[in-house]
Design a protein around this ligand. Sequence first.
Ligand SMILES: [Zn+2]
Length: 145
Amino acid sequence: MFIDEFIHFVLSVAIGLVVGKLTGNFWAVPLAIASGFFLDADHLIDYFIHRGWKFNINDFFSGKHFDDSGKVYVFFHGFEFAIILIVLSLIFPNLGWLFFSLGFANLFHLFYDTFCNGAVWPTYFLTFRIAKNFDHKKLWIKNEK
Ligand SMILES: [Zn+2]
């Protein structure tokens, strides 16, 4: 999981730098990091729902709580959000640095998760997870890292 987070961070910085270079506003970098790296903070919500308030970092990074609970919420992981942000960048081109950085960092995070976590391809659509009642067995080909 640490290598995955490292890759999310590097991808986010790269996207922020590209958007910053193209738009002339390098606030795109921290926004891309927020959207593409700190997105995984929603795993904490799942962890606390499944395990209560006691926190064990090794248990958290093992992802075993997904198996134990049988549910995968990760509420902020959703291609819908990335699509909305990118559409907003087209509606408000003067705010492209904001919405492109948030949208594309989010999008690439979800592409990475889809291809590297063994998910059934639409798993990272929030609406798909809702339709599957967040059931871990219906969303994953193998267990998430
Ligand atoms: Zn993720």
